[in-house]
Design a protein around this ligand. Structure first.
Ligand SMILES: Cc1cc2nc3c(=O)[nH]c(=O)nc-3n(C[C@H](O)[C@H](O)[C@H](O)COP(=O)(O)OP(=O)(O)OC[C@H]3O[C@@H](n4cnc5c(N)ncnc54)[C@H](O)[C@@H]3O)c2cc1C
Length: 397
């Protein structure tokens, strides 16, 4: 695998444009959004209008055509500004548009992917259920055949964008006894269909700008055109989307770590105690060194993984077993280390701020609350270690 990596002038220009846009349109509203715990409809609409909900999607399907590297640049910059917006984009793009791009028929791409990538429709991804979290193949939501149609009944939980989405990539059991090996199918469920209802929306520690919704499905009737990929192969669809989600979570974490470190650095130069700026004390200097080292390492890991996925392309049928295994291990590695390093770095940044870091409404206090979920969603870090260790044992280092 090639290790060297550099950004093209176009990618650098994209980063500059994103940074300017976010400083103008997103940064100013984040504190109020967090305090009011409201979905940021206005800034999301502006991001959609810029094409930022379809960054990695090819232009022929309405996206910006910037691949996973461009998408990681976008999420790194967004991660510096706000994790809620990052989660809204991630749920839509990594988990919503990826399965459509990889597994959709041409007709499905035209009907669902193009408007989603153009920012005209919002997507969500629904795998988790009350009894099925880490054991995500054990779905209890039933998709029963009725002629060539499907009747879907069950309860889903913790769906990011679940309250706002127009369409949900939903995993349901075509044969719950079979579980992940042939028993789960991915469906495209429009939220205006009869029998669909949004239930409870969770109050959360962080990510106050996102909805985390329960979905109630009471005999929702779906036609055959809404089956995404093959019947019984939905678990593969979900896992492939999560491989993209895990590197994009890494990119957003990288941004969050940089913002927190920058804030801590500036604070440490300006805060005087015992007659000196606290940045003069070795205890603070070594914290900053450890933070900078983690950022440096993660940057390479994220962009290496993104470039690797770009090289593999968008057709899962063309990937060899080895390529799949390498991609999945790399995505799990990035997700696990990124989320743990983000928690460590943001925790140290908060510590450098002293009491001020604990005061409600400071950016570092919000970042601390927002970051913790990344060790849990898109597969807990215990599950990432399971994925990596199984592959290490099977294939070696
Ligand atoms: C804010 C938020 C947003 C979310 N967004 C989405 C979304 O958009 N779509 C979606 O489908 N889901 C979403 N989720 C769900 C999320 O992915 C799950 O919460 C997560 O996968 C863990 O499942 P669980 O909560 O049921 O925990 P459990 O699976 O019950 O795990 C509990 C603990 O046991 C550990 N554990 C479980 N099995 C093992 C094992 N075999 N070995 C070792 N340890 C194990 C776990 O690591 C964890 O520490 C979201 C959750 C939250 C909180």
């Amino acid at each position: 695998m090639p290790i060297e990596f550099s950004f093209t002038p176009d990618q650098e220009a994209f980063r500059d444009a994103v940074r300017a846009f976010l400083a103008k349109e997103v940064a100013p509203i984040v504190a109020e959004m967090d305090e009011k715990e409201e979905f940021p409809h206005a800034s999301v609409a502006k991001m959609q209008a810029e094409g930022y909900f379809g960054v990695p999607i090819p232009e022929e399907y309405g996206g910006l055509g910037l691949g996973k590297v461009g998408y990681s640049i976008f999420l790194e910059e967004l991660g510096k500004v706000d994790a809620s917006h990052g989660t809204i984009v991630g749920a839509h793009t990594s988990l919503g548009t990826t399965p459509l791009l990889y597994y959709g028929t041409e007709e499905q791409k035209r009907r669902w992917l193009v408007p989603a990538a153009k920012g005209e429709k919002l997507l969500a991804f629904s795998l988790t259920e009350p009894g099925s979290g880490s054991d995500s193949g054990a779905v209890h939501t039933v998709a029963e055949r009725s002629g060539d149609r499907w009747i879907v009944t069950g309860n889903k939980i913790y769906v990011s964008n679940g309250r706002e989405a127009d369409t949900i990539v939903l995993m349901a059991g075509n044969d719950v006894k079979l579980g992940p090996n042939g028993g789960v199918t991915a469906f495209l469920l429009d939220t205006n269909l009869p029998g669909f209802k949004v239930g409870r929306c969770e109050k959360k520690m962080g990510l106050h700008g996102t909805s985390t919704a329960e979905l109630i499905l009471d005999h929702v009737e779906l036609g055959p055109e809404r089956v995404l990929g093959e019947v019984g192969k939905g678990f593969h669809v979900a896992m492939t989307a999560l491989d993209v989600g895990r590197i994009s979570l890494g990119a957003a974490s990288l941004g969050g770590m940089q913002a927190a470190t920058q804030q801590a650095l500036e604070f440490s130069k300006n805060r005087t105690q015992f007659g000196l700026p606290i940045s003069e004390y070795e205890a603070i200097q070594f914290k900053l060194a450890d933070m900078a080292m983690k950022i440096h390492a993660l940057k390479f890991m994220v962009y290496h993984a993104a470039a690797h996925q770009d090289r593999l392309g968008n057709d899962p049928k063309k990937w060899t077993r080895l390529e799949r295994a390498e991609k999945t291990r790399e995505a799990a590695t990035v997700k696990c280390l990124a989320s743990e390093w983000a928690d460590e770095v943001i925790d140290e940044a908060l510590q450098i701020h002293g009491g001020l870091g604990y005061i409600r409404g400071t950016p570092i206090e919000r970042a601390y609350r927002d970051a913790r979920i990344s060790e849990i969603f898109e597969g807990t870090n215990e599950i990432q270690r399971l994925v990596v260790s199984r592959d290490v044992i099977a294939r070696g280092l």
